[in-house]
Ligand binder design. Sequence first.
Ligand SMILES: Nc1nc2c(ncn2[C@@H]2O[C@H](COP(=O)(O)OP(=O)(O)OP(=O)(O)O)[C@@H](O)[C@H]2O)c(=O)[nH]1
Ligand SMILES: [Mg+2]
Length: 460
Amino acid sequence: MIQADTIAAIATPPGTGGIGIIRASGPDAERIGHTLFRPRNAPEAFRSHRLYHGEILCPSTGRILDEVLVAFLRAPHSFSGEDTLEIHCHGGPLICEEVLQAVLRAGARPAGPGEFTRRAFLNGRIDLAQAEAVQEMISARTARGLDLAIGHLGGGLSRAIGELRASVLDILTLLEAEIDFQEEDEIETASREGLLDQLRGITARIEELTASYGEGRVVRDGARVVITGKANVGKSSLFNRLLGEKRAIVTPHAGTTRDFIEESVCIRGIPVRFVDTAGIRETHDPVEKEGMNLVWQQAAAADVVVIVLDGSSPFTGEDRSIVEANRGRSLVVAINKCDLTRVLDGSTLPEELSGREILPISAKTGEGLDALRHAVHDAIRRSTGECRSDTVLTNLRHRVALERAYTSLRTAEQGLSGGLSPEFVAFDLREALGTLGEVTGQTVTEEVLDRIFSTFCIGK
Ligand SMILES: Nc1nc2c(ncn2[C@@H]2O[C@H](COP(=O)(O)OP(=O)(O)OP(=O)(O)O)[C@@H](O)[C@H]2O)c(=O)[nH]1
Ligand SMILES: [Mg+2]
């Protein structure tokens, strides 16, 4: 599927840098190269994957725009799978812009967002899941996120989807053979059991994959961890400690924090967004009351809630109400101010907390903070679900497609065990095949492609 026109864009980020790269892809790339480039040595036809030293000249005036290195990558051995020209010039924004303008005047048109990657997909260099992995790699914020993206780019997810499609196709073939050979509209019991077994294997694998999205989402977007507790227990002090900077105001007065404040740090490869909140206490101050309303909202939207108690004072009704309000959530409980004399009596802690690990910490000295980070990390993993899959889904589009395929396959399964006519079962199987194909792009509309690539940057 060779594209008729040649696209061009600055491939390096905006701003100044050591070098800037202007890339052109399409059937005119080689001609544009010869039009603009004057080699230092005797002119020759470009050989693929070589660097040539010389100058870029303005096509209308002949003025030297920059001294450059030029590479020509002959199709299909380039990122886009098309003839590609790369001009490595000096990395000033004005230079890059002038060279790009020259390339455009020589016959290219400006590339849209992600158009080079889109062409790589259209030319069959990579499938859609891999194209999306390119963007995932570029925007990865943690080592784990990058790891997953590299796995996807390497075709890990594509292989998993390919295997699922092959298994569905197997069943479909057997079923169609049944349809052809059976006199009546019925499938033999023995072969029906066999098909059902295979179908169950496929749905189990899909379940495994969709369950991995919990981890994938957290790796990509980060986990939300809300710090809550009654007033003055040291939530803001803890928040600052976890961030390693004085971000929130700390004072000896109860009711210091009123709004919620959030900031991200990385804990063992996972981006974690900590949220400091207003302390819970009886108050008539409308601002503080509003802050407390926000606490409940924040806690409800959290992946993990950290409840902070004050070890230097007794357990109170306020502490109890906070514990009760967070019942059923993924919790980490810490007793702060452990550098002071312990007053809080463990035996007064409510039932809900019995048997649970309660971490002594001091936001003042930093004691117990590592153990707390550890506990937060474990709680995040617990709340996002155990990931048993070797392939981790990070993309919502993929999860939705897999869930739809799952529904079709379950319908097929029910139809098969309920003795439904094989034609109907085959219909559901074909639907599942199509939906699985959306992940890798075998079956996907222009509209979906537009939506996916519009999130890419220009030049990628
Ligand atoms: N000794 C000691 N004091 C602490 C510790 N953590 C916090 N404090 C002190 O406790 C007081 C309250 O700390 P904050 O961090 O503002 O408490 P908070 O829970 O955010 O308070 P509000 O925002 O009012 O709900 C301050 O005077 C802190 O210096 C600790 O681990 N040990
Ligand atoms: Mg505070």
